[in-house]
Design a protein around this ligand. Structure first.
Ligand code: PMV
Length: 320
C-alpha cells in the first residue's frame, strides 16, 4: 500500500482557458505558490476483487482519467483500491482538485512505477484530472508553462524559487465551504464562448507573468501582490462578462477584498487572490499573518478562516 500527500497550490498569475480540452493544455502559462498544510492524501493498493474500488468524495471521472493515463504508460492493469481524502473543504475554490489529483498521480507513480517515473510524466497524468494540479507537484514558487506543442510535450512544470526565497503566509477567508455552483472547466468554456474580454485576458498574460517573475527575483512583494491582484480581478471580470455571467463572488468575498485594501492603507502589506469560488486568499509576509488573521475574524460574512504558509521540500511532500 502506498500513501502520498500533496498540498494545494494558489495561482498568483491565473490559468483560465484551455488550448486543448481533452489533454487539458492551458492557453497561457501560470505561476503559483504551493502551500503546506492544506493537503490531500491518496492511498493506492491492490484490489482483492476484479474491478477498481474508489473511495473518494464526489465524481470519480477526474481520478479515472489520471489512473487510465498511468496504466497506459506503465502497462500495469491490476485492479486497484484507491482512496483520496481532502483535509480541507472540497470543490470550494480552495484547489482541492489540484491537491487530490497531484496526490493521486504521485501515489500511482510510486505504486505502479516504483518511484522511477520522471516528474514531467507524472504531471501529464495529473494534468488530465486537473490542469492546475501539476503546480502542486513542486514546492515553493512554481511556473506551469503552456508551451505550444499540440501533444503538450513542452507543457512543463518547474520551480522558479524555493519557498525560502520569499516566505509567505496565507489567510483564507472561507465565505462558503460548499462545492461551487459551476465547475472550472464548464465556466472556462462559457467564458471562451461568450465573454468579450476572454482573449484580452490571455493577451495580458505575458506582461503579468513577466512582471511577477521580475518582482520575485527582486523579492519585491509589493509588486508581486499588485500584479497578482490585478490578474485575479481580470480573470473574474472575464467571468462576470460571460453570458450568463459566472459570478463566484458572495457578500463575504467583497468584505474580504475591502478588508485587504483597508489593511494595506493602514500599512500592512497584504494582497488577495480568488479562484473559482467565493473564498478569498490573503497573502502576506509571515510577520503580518497574525494581524491579518485577527482582522479577518471580525468579518461578519465568513464561515471560517484557514491559515497556511509556503513550505515543504519535495521530499517532505512525498512522504508526509
Ligand atoms: O485546474 P482547474 O480545472 O481546477 O482550474 C483552476 C483554475 C483557477 O484555480 C481558477 C486558476 C488557477 O490557475 O489555479
Amino acid at each position: 500500500m502506498i500513501k502520498v500527500s500533496a498540498p494545494s497550490n494558489i495561482a498568483l498569475i491565473k490559468y483560465w482557458g484551455k488550448r486543448d480540452r481533452a489533454l487539458n493544455l492551458p492557453l497561457t502559462s501560470s505561476l503559483s505558490i504551493t502551500l503546506s498544510s492544506l493537503i490531500s492524501e491518496a492511498t493506492v493498493e491492490e484490489s482483492t476483487g476484479s474491478e477498481d474500488l474508489w473511495d473518494i468524495m464526489g465524481d470519480p471521472s477526474k481520478s479515472q482519467r489520471v489512473l487510465a493515463a498511468a496504466r497506459k504508460d506503465l502497462g500495469d492493469h491490476r485492479p486497484l483500491k484507491i482512496s483520496i481524502v481532502n483535509h480541507f473543504p472540497s470543490g470550494a475554490g480552495l484547489a482541492s482538485s489540484a491537491s487530490s489529483m497531484a496526490a493521486l498521480a504521485l501515489a500511482l507513480s510510486q505504486f505502479l512505477g516504483s518511484g522511477e517515473v520522471p516528474l514531467q510524466q507524472i504531471a501529464t497524468w495529473s494534468r488530465l484530472g486537473s490542469g492546475s494540479s501539476v503546480r502542486s507537484l513542486l514546492p515553493g514558487y512554481v511556473l506551469w508553462e503552456a508551451g505550444t506543442d499540440p501533444e503538450g510535450k513542452d507543457c512543463l512544470v518547474r520551480q522558479l524559487h524555493p519557498a525560502s526565497h520569499l516566505p509567505l503566509s496565507l489567510v483564507v477567508c472561507v465565505v462558503n465551504d460548499q462545492p461551487k455552483h459551476i465547475g472550472s472547466t464548464a465556466a472556462m468554456e462559457r467564458c471562451r464562448d461568450t465573454s468579450p474580454i476572454y482573449d484580452g485576458f490571455h493577451q495580458r498574460n505575458d506582461a503579468d507573468l513577466q512582471l511577477a517573475q521580475e518582482a520575485l527575483v527582486q523579492g519585491d512583494l509589493l509588486t508581486l501582490g499588485r500584479v497578482a491582484e490585478a490578474n485575479c480581478l481580470a480573470m473574474h471580470n472575464v467571468m462576470h462578462q460571460a453570458i450568463p455571467p459566472v459570478d463566484y463572488f458572495m457578500p463575504g468575498t467583497h468584505e474580504a477584498i475591502a478588508l485587504t485594501r483597508q489593511l494595506r492603507a493602514n500599512g500592512v502589506p497584504c494582497f488577495f487572490t480568488i479562484d473559482a469560488g467565493p473564498n478569498v486568499k490573503i497573502f502576506c509576509s509571515p510577520e503580518y499573518q497574525e494581524v491579518v488573521s485577527q482582522a479577518c475574524r471580525a468579518l461578519p460574512g465568513l464561515v471560517g478562516i484557514l491559515e497556511d504558509r509556503l513550505g515543504l521540500s519535495y521530499e517532505e511532500l512525498l512522504t508526509k
